[in-house]
Every structure is written in C-alpha cells, then in structure tokens.
Design a protein around this ligand. Structure first.
Ligand code: GLN
Length: 484
C-alpha cells in the first residue's frame, strides 16, 4: 500500500513556503487547494467561519496553475476572503440578507492582483453585516465561533477570516478594517492582523462601509507572509483614486532588516498612556508590559507618550463611520440594488421601506439612523462637524508624537475573546471594544496586531503597533522582531 500523502498544509507552514514548494514542483497547487477545502469543511462545523466554499472555482484555478511551470510569487497559495470583498461569480453577501442574491460580475482589485500572483481564493468568510460589529455575531449567516474556544466570539467584523487562519485552513485571509475589524479578531484568535496605511490597498470591489476609514487588511500567521501578500496587492489602482503608488518591496525589506543581536537598536517606541487605564483586563495590561520588556531586550528605547484625544476618538469614530455608512448604504433600496421585498403595486416608497427594513439587521439600521441624524440639518455642525474636529486633533497629536518616536505600542483590545451573546444586547459595550483600534483609522496610519501570549483561561491576547503613514515596511519589521 502506498504511504498516505502528508498533509501539505502541515508540511508547509506558511504562504511563502507553499509557493516555494509549488514552484519547485514538490507539491501541486491542486493538492494544497484540496487539503485546504477539506480542512475548511471540518472547521466550518465547529466555527461557521465560512459563508461559501469555492470548490470548483478553486480547483479549476489550481489545475490551470499546475498545467504549466510557474514562477508566480504566491503560486498555489490558498486564501480566504471576507465576504464583503467581491470575487467574480461567487456570492458576496457582506453578511446581509439584502445582498443574499448578489453575485459580483467582477473581482475586486485586491483579488485580481492576488490571483495574478498565483494565489487561489478557496472560501468566503463570515462577518458582521457590512463590517458593522465587533464579534461576528451580527451576520445573516449566523454567528462565528472562535476556533480556540467555540463558546467564545472570534472578534469582528472579520471574525471568519481570523478563524480561518487560526484554524489552519489557509495561511492568510483578507479582511477589511474600518475601525479595527482586522486587528481585533486577529488578537481574539491568536494570529497577526495588519491594516496598512490608508491608500495602500485598493477599495475597488470592496463593499463600502465608511469610505474615508475603510482599508483592506491581511490576517496571517507571521509578518513575513503579511509582507509577501502585501507585495502582491500594492500599487496605484486607476479604479480607486485614493490609492497611492507603493512599491512591492515589503518582503525584501524584511529580509534585509537589521543585525540579529540588537535588531531594534536606535528604535524609539512610545506606549500610549491613555489606552492603559481602567477598562483593560489585567491580562491585556500584562501583555503590553511583556511586549515593552521584549522591545527593550531587542534594543529599543521605550517610553510613555500621551495622545490626550484618544478617549474622544471612539465617539468621533462612531459618528463619522455611521454618517458615511448612512450615505453608502442608501444604494440598497430594493429598486436597482438589493433584494426587493413587496409588490410593484405597493409603490416605490413602500417597497423601499419594506426592503430596507427586512434586509438590514438591527445594528445596520442603528448605524443608518445614527448617521442620518448626525448629518441632518440643524445637527450636522454639533455632531458630524465636531467629530471631524476630533479626527483632525487625533491626527495632529499622532503626528506630533511621531516626531519623537518611531512607533507606538498599545493594546489591540481591552479584553480577550468573550462568550458568545455577552454583548449582543449592549451596543455601547460592544463599541467600547474598539477604543484601541480606531486611532489608526481616524488618522490613516498603518497598524498591526501581533499575538502576545494568553490570558489566565488560555485565550490569546494581542498587542498593537502603529507607525506613521507609509512607514508600513518599518511596521512589519517591528512585528517580525517581536514574533522572532
Ligand atoms: N467594530 C467597529 C464597527 O462596528 C469596527 C468595524 C470595522 O472595522 N469594520 O464599526
């Protein structure tokens, strides 16, 4: 009898290793994709991480790749996609009933570029509808369970993507991060979650939540994979005027990074005082402290810094994000876009009301109402206008502090993963979980969450690093130094 072929996902621990093996002909893309799909089916039973598995599409892509020698950088690497990023021919529901029947006729730019690099999407992942939430419970597909402890949430809104990586289905997944939705689930599931500088990755084909804050992010097991995947996606996109021309040199920059004895000599890191106060679980404060000591061992100069407006940032974020959402989601009217509820004879206003009432969940409706109020005549200056002023202040304070330090350190979230159901009826408690992450979105800077041990229950805890805009290569070097 032939020996059973080793599981390629176990043999090749990350995306770079898989691509190297496929290019050398040690393993076929098809074998890797089959293994990932098989694992996805098992993991789905425990976690509900996926909204759709792309069996045929993925196998066809793998076979096409195997049919010819390839030197593509991510040859045969399977990945998962948060279901608010369009994949051609695949249901992209954004976790909402209103898009239950939506099958995009085109790929988002980030997907097209990954496919051109040889990577293969194998699954769409579950999320809070439209990215609005922090626990991946507010989904038309049902809640996601954390693979580290299925009684707990995986974080959100990219909870399915984080679960897919943490459970070993794929070496990386794409999420979106409007106020922390890549970094916080990464922390809850014990993986790395990276939100690049605003404008680094194209939002073309990403279902918009809050356009001035939205950015595609990467969930992976290590900084090297994040860099390799980032390289495949960066560069100006004529379909998204906010993209900047960033060169694909992130992986190379990691390879040539500093001396092994004191990799962070000369680097100055500030710990944000305002984010270390009450409201943090002891395990979170311990994780920051351990990271601070580790950074010092690696040669960094770590000091405390102040961002006085950090506490006001959360309120400003929820006003701005909701205001933009109320505008972006106006297109889902049941007329041209979105599932229609009601009969033609009911009249347009009635059908629109019925469609939006039935298609949007409670949280999405809450955001639309909040955002519409914040923008309404007579209130716009007091609410939206003030929020923009706070946003400006956050950005100014960050850039002032970045005059003194190269990077910032903060918790990723005030707690580790909590039990399913714990916060579903308390939106404010849910919102408070974003206090650490929104700074990077409001100011546009890059930020990464890296695993930093576990709490007393053995659940993962993450810490977050931030660097000035377009210093993402430095950010990944710091993450890599910590993980090593
Ligand atoms: N939890 C935050 C919100 O609900 C962030 C979500 C996100 O980054 N997409 O708005």
């Amino acid at each position: 009898m032939l020996p059973r072929m080793a599981d390629p996902l176990a043999t090749y621990p990350n995306a770079v290793a898989i691509a190297t093996a496929v290019k050398r002909g040690e393993v076929t893309a098809r074998a890797v994709v089959d293994a990932a799909l098989e694992r996805a089916e098992t993991v789905q039973r425990d976690t509900n991480a996926f909204t759709h598995l792309l069996h045929e599409r993925a196998r066809a892509a793998a076979d096409a790749l195997d049919a010819q020698a390839t030197d593509r950088p991510l040859a045969g690497v399977p990945f998962a996609v948060k279901a608010n990023i369009c994949v051609q021919g695949v249901p992209t529901t954004a976790g909402s009933d209103i898009l239950a029947d939506f099958v995009p006729p085109y790929d988002a730019t980030v997907i097209a570029r990954l496919e051109a690099a040889g990577a293969i999407p194998i699954a769409m992942t579950n999320l809070d509808a439209f990215g609005m939430g922090g626990s991946s419970e507010a989904s038309a597909h049902g809640p996601v369970h954390n693979p580290r402890d299925p009684s707990r949430v995986p974080g959100g809104s990219s909870g399915g993507a984080a679960a897919a990586v943490a459970a070993g289905v794929v070496p990386f997944a794409l999420g979106t991060d409007t106020g922390g939705s890549v970094r916080q689930p990464a922390a809850f599931c014990g993986v790395t979650g990276f939100k690049p500088t605003y404008g680094t990755l194209s939002r073309y084909g990403v279902i918009a939540y809050a356009s001035s804050l939205d950015q595609v992010g990467i969930l992976a097991n290590d900084a090297g994979d994040v860099a390799a995947v980032l390289d495949a996606m960066v560069g100006h996109d004529p379909h998204d005027a906010t993209t900047v021309q960033v060169e694909p040199t992130f992986h190379a920059a990691l390879e040539e990074a500093a001396s092994p004895e004191a990799p962070l000599a000369g680097v100055t890191i500030g710990v944000i005082r305002e984010l270390l106060g009450e409201g943090n679980a002891p395990a979170v404060l311990d994780a920051v402290e351990r990271t601070r000591m580790r950074l010092q061992e690696l040669g960094a100069d770590v000091r405390e810094v102040s961002i006085p407006s950090a506490r006001a940032a959360l309120a400003a974020y929820y006003l701005i994000a909701s205001a933009e959402a109320s505008s972006n989601l106006a297109r889902f009217d049941g007329m041209i876009t979105g599932k229609r509820v009601g009969a033609n004879g009911d009249g347009q206003a009635d059908v629109m009301t019925q469609s939006r009432g039935a298609g949007f969940n409670l949280e999405v409706r809450r955001r639309i109402l909040m955002g519409t109020f914040a923008l309404s005549a007579g209130h716009v200056d007091a609410w939206y206008g003030r929020a923009l002023q706070v946003r400006r202040k956050v950005a100014d304070e960050l850039s002032h502090v970045f005059g003194e330090v190269d990077a910032l350190l903060a918790p990723t979230a005030p707690s580790s993963a909590y039990p399913l159901g714990a916060k579903v009826d308390d939106p404010l408690a849910m919102y408070l979980g974003d206090v650490d992450t929104v700074l990077a979105n409001l100011s546009g800077v890059g930020a990464i969450s890296v695993p930093a041990g576990t709490d007393e229950a053995g659940l993962p805890v993450g810490v977050q690093l931030l660097t000035p805009a377009l210093h993402d290569a430095r950010l990944l070097q710091l993450a890599r130094a910590l993980q090593d």
